[in-house]
Design a protein around this ligand. Structure first.
Ligand SMILES: Cc1cc2nc3c(=O)[nH]c(=O)nc-3n(C[C@H](O)[C@H](O)[C@H](O)COP(=O)(O)OP(=O)(O)OC[C@H]3O[C@@H](n4cnc5c(N)ncnc54)[C@H](O)[C@@H]3O)c2cc1C
Length: 453
């Protein structure tokens, strides 16, 4: 019951209270990593490791590109929130080389963390990997990430040599300001990819810069191929009405770009998991980490290494189930006695198709948290009894809020268009405000989101 007593103590001094001695290390402070940190901090010594100093709410970064002042609303310094508000330790550095111990050892394993002050190993009883995927410009660039063409010149080569990482909020602000200036100074913008990111970006651009010529390219015959006809039709009409030129149904060719146009690539993601495990078999061919329905990382039972990785996938596409016959013709077992978990965009769940979106990532996070709590026989701070272990259900709801500029939008499932117009736009804004509140540990927003998973 000590979690109930803890909740009466002010957050800044809560970490001085006694806890179980078990340590959970969470690699990656994105929405899914922070979800786990917030839930597990009541019973465990929790450490979050991230390569950069700040959190950024990715769904709102497109607004920050057209309106750089928006960045302050969708970011915070990890130390301010994790250490000062939530009583969670924060370590700045790049994680790699997860190693698990044989039985009998004091802790379950170690992960190497290299920061600017040197490298060392963090010991863990449980490890949660939540490193996400790289998205070019749309997520802060980490060490070794390729720089997007828009920051160099108009030539649309998507993956150039690595450029300085965006470790601090000032670095990030500068990148987005540079991009903003390039857009203002250009004759037009070419958006490549008419999925959710490309459509939202095109809409932001024409709303904030009405004189700008915006062209949207995609090899698919229509915009938003992952949504139903109602949503596709609404978005298509909106874009045409606002003078976005649609070039659909033919592959994008760099030769189509004029000299003073800016190209913004909204397709493709890159794995960030490759350095984390010595064993390739932990990763699927596209670089996602194989997990079972309990979110436990799987590795080859015979200890051999797996196949080579193709590190680029399409953003926002459903991941394949983990167990394709040809992909895994050997026995698998859980890594580190089932105490190493992976969640969010970086994970592919055994037999469960998921999309790279926050709702699915949080569901994975909730399952991992429930299983760690069940293994230690502790209860969530909001429930009176200990819960049994959980596994991810094979069908996950696909609910999507797509903005079309600040005053219009769509709320849809994969097949149905539920609402449009200012109501859907307001819904998207409320999502941003309440999600940011919950991630900062604010009580009202946390209470609002807690029952969802
Ligand atoms: C432009 C855009 C718009 C989007 N809009 C929506 C939307 O409207 N709704 C929605 O649901 N989803 C949206 N998404 C998807 C959503 O952002 C992702 O699903 C979500 O961010 C995934 O969360 P995550 O915690 O798995 O990973 P991430 O958010 O990617 O976080 C991973 C964290 O791990 C850190 N990290 C990576 N490697 C290491 C390492 N080796 N060591 C230490 N730290 C490391 C990174 O710095 C990062 O902080 C959008 C994505 C993009 C790109």
């Amino acid at each position: 019951m000590h979690h109930i007593a803890r909740s009466f103590v002010p957050a800044p001094v809560r970490h001085f209270l006694p806890r179980t001695l078990k340590r959970v290390v969470i690699v990656g402070g994105g929405p899914t990593g922070l979800f786990c940190a917030d839930r597990l901090r009541h019973h465990f010594e929790v450490t979050v490791v991230d390569s950069k100093q700040f959190f950024e709410f990715t769904p709102s970064v497109l607004r920050a590109v057209v309106d750089p002042s928006h960045l302050s609303r969708i970011t915070f310094d990890y130390r301010d929130v994790l250490e000062r508000e939530l009583g969670v330790e924060f370590v700045l550095g790049d994680a790699s080389n997860v190693a698990t111990n044989a039985g009998g050892s004091a802790r379950q394993g170690t992960v190497r963390v290299a920061g600017h002050e040197g490298a060392g190993k963090l010991h863990f009883d449980y490890l949660i990997v939540a490193v996400g995927v790289g998205n070019g410009l749309w997520k802060p660039r980490l060490r070794g990430d390729p720089v997007d063409a828009a920051l160099t010149n108009a030539a649309p080569a998507p993956h150039r040599d690595s450029s300085p990482p965006e470790l601090t909020l000032d670095d990030r602000r500068q990148t987005l300001r540079d991009l903003h200036e390039r857009i203002i100074g250009s004759r037009g913008v070419v958006v490549v990819g008419a999925g959710l990111v490309g459509v939202e970006l095109a809409a932001e651009l024409v709303h904030f810069f009405p004189q700008l010529k915006v062209t949207l390219f995609d090899g698919a015959a229509d915009v938003l191929p992952q949504l139903g006809e109602g949503a596709r039709g609404y978005a298509r009409n909106w874009l045409r009405l606002h003078n976005v030129k649609l070039r659909l149904g033919a592959p994008f060719r760099p030769s189509l770009v004029k000299e003073d146009q800016v190209v913004l690539t909204c397709v493709g993601t890159r794995t960030r998991s490759a350095q984390l495990f010595n064993d390739d078999a932990v990763l699927k061919r596209k670089g996602q980490i194989r997990v079972n329905r309990h979110m436990q990382v799987l590795r080859r039972a015979d200890g051999a290494s797996g196949s080579s990785i193709n590190s680029t996938t399409d953003a926002f596409t459903a991941s394949d189930p983990c167990l394709e016959e040809d992909d895994r013709p050997y026995e698998m077992e859980t890594m580190g006695n089932g105490r190493v978990f992976a969640i969010g965009d970086c994970a592919a769940v055994d037999g469960v198709p998921t999309a790279q979106m926050i709702f699915h990532g949080e569901e994975m996070a909730a399952v991992a948290v429930a299983n760690i709590e069940a293994n230690e026989d502790v209860a969530s701070p909001f429930s009176l009894a200990n819960a049994p272990p959980r596994e991810m259900e094979s069908e996950q709801p696909f609910l999507c809020c797509t903005s079309l500029g600040p005053h219009d939008g769509m709320f849809s499932t994969q097949t149905e268009l539920v609402s449009t117009g200012s109501l859907a736009a307001l819904q998207k804004q409320m999502l941003e405000v309440t999600k940011m509140g919950a991630l900062r540990g604010e009580l009202l927003s946390s209470l609002l989101w807690h029952p969802v998973h």
